[in-house]
Design a protein around this ligand. Structure first.
Ligand SMILES: [Zn+2]
Length: 222
């Protein structure tokens, strides 16, 4: 799920005098002032430039260029939005696991919130928490319905955490990222103020009732 790189601004900016130079040298098709096409002849082009003073034409051409630029910018924005949507589709295709929610961008999480009819405000952490509880409620409902059809299925209240789902590099994550991870697992870490505290809480719940194995080389708290 690689993030889309924003396209770098197209080409290098050439000033108006530079453009005039290119035009005279037949390297530009259109007059940089009025936008008219002029025969590829240096003398003719120099003459055209000298006589190109029609303010109405020049203004119209400037407007056209501006509109073209705006269209290009709109397209770029649209493309960025499409990339985001594609990333989210990839996430959904790979199972749309709630425990992977923390991998999504704030924009993508916002789109999910909209999709589920949830408020979009707040940071990633709040958005994830909302989506998690909403999805859990949906899952519970679905399981109850299945249960009515004969199978006995008990709704689960919490995201089941398996150690395999845990990100490998929690130690290297920022506090904000860790909170987003915790939110993805439905873990409330509001009381935890440090990275270590959050990591401990996530690992404690991931290991469940099993006796907790101290994996963090000897930093045992007593
Ligand atoms: Zn001109």
């Amino acid at each position: 799920m690689s993030r889309s790189k924003r396209a770098k601004s197209r080409g290098t900016e050439v000033g108006q005098s530079g453009k005039a130079q290119l035009f005279i040298l037949n390297l530009l098709d259109e007059c940089p002032k009025c936008g008219e096409e002029v025969e590829s002849n240096e003398e003719l082009r120099q003459t055209h430039l000298d006589e190109c003073t029609d303010k109405r034409k020049i203004a119209a051409y400037a407007k056209k260029l501006k509109e073209e630029q705006e269209t290009a910018e709109k397209k770029e924005k649209l493309k960025a939005a499409e990339d985001e949507a594609r990333n989210m589709a990839a996430w959904e295709y790979s199972g749309g696991k709630i425990t992977d929610l923390w991998l999504l961008t704030e924009t993508q999480l916002g789109a999910l919130c909209v999709q589920y009819g949830l408020p979009v405000d707040g940071g990633k952490e709040e958005q994830i928490a909302r989506i998690v509880s909403h999805r859990n409620a949906l899952d519970s409902k679905r399981m109850l319905t299945q249960g009515e059809e004969g199978e006995e299925v008990r709704p689960k209240k919490k995201v089941k955490i398996s150690t395999e789902d845990l990100p490998a590099n929690m130690e290297a994550m920022s506090l904000g990222q860790l909170k987003a991870v915790a939110a993805s697992f439905g873990i409330n870490v509001a009381g935890k103020k440090t990275k270590a505290g959050i990591i401990n809480e996530i690992e404690r719940l991931a290991h469940g009732d099993q006796p907790f194995l101290q994996l963090t080389d000897g930093k045992k708290k007593k």
